[in-house]
Design a binder for this molecule. Sequence first.
Ligand code: COI
Length: 360
Amino acid sequence: MWDKIEVAVEKCAKNEMKQKPDPAHLGFGKYFTDHMFRMTWSREEGWHDAKICPYQNFSMDPAALVFHYAQAIFEGMKAFKNEDGQLYFFRPEKNFERMNDSAQRMCMPRFPVDQVIRALKALVYLERDWVPTEYGSALYMRPTMIAAQPALGVQPADLYYFYVILTPVGAYYKEGFNPTKIYVSDEYTRAAKGGVGNVKAAGNYAASIYMSEIAKKEGYSQVLWLDAKEHRYVEEVGTSNIFFKFKNELVTPELSGSILPGITRDSTLKLADSFGVKAVERPVSIDEVIAGAESGDLEEAFATGTAAVISPIGELFFKGKSYIVNENKVGALSERLYTELQEIQHGEREDPFKWVMKVN
Ligand code: COI
């Protein structure tokens, strides 16, 4: 379907290379590596001009469609390195398939997954000295696609840029693996059915900032989003999916059309199942969660995401009242999922699901 995309390689001069950050203080998305991948799509030529090149600014027309109508999609993926220097990707084809789904929904061009993975392997190998080895850290990869054609009518563009930038990261939340405090929003919502909540459109994140700032001012790290129609069913938490461990089952909201189909969400369901934990996808109301927190039937709650990995939740604030989960401690299931997932991602545990892909 696609012609082979030739990838040119243009390396930084040694004296232009950046100083690498202290792996103990990476934070999230603060430092960017020396090189990036970029390619262009035009209606006449399709995907072309693919290259690994020095990390660089774009020069863009202020009328570019992305600046006006937010035709932008992205992904979050990670590369890992073990002590022997072996590099791994975690289920990269899943992220790129999802990105192609996002592209389709947003009327943007699809791209050849295999060829982009091949280019990404070359880029990450080139940047191998930037990949941290410590558990809890990784090289975060941010594939992005934007509409670059200058035009003011609301329309699909004739020109798109696809690029991948890389950043060594530690934990997404300042709490690290300690339980976070979550504000349940019963006023603002993230996405409605029929909208774009089930794809990774950049605008979804822009729209979430207002409520996140309210939550932060009140001392909460993230927002728990309820459904847009009834404000009753749990959808997502912050930028992640959410799980509740009740006494008899592990539950995550079913993919109702407004929830992002997370790769870590899917991996969590499969891992939990392999532990013999009954893991189900079904609607879960905030009333059920609150009742569980009060009775003790709710044993653990946690967020899952590429950035967040497994992030335990210790407190939920809903309608002016605080509910503590698992005495604000990390639960045994969260701990086991976090550890085993990281071990698989670093190539240090058997990978029965064939999730990891060797880069070098
Ligand atoms: C990820 O988990 O990788 C995401 O894309 C969320 C991001 C906004 C940090």
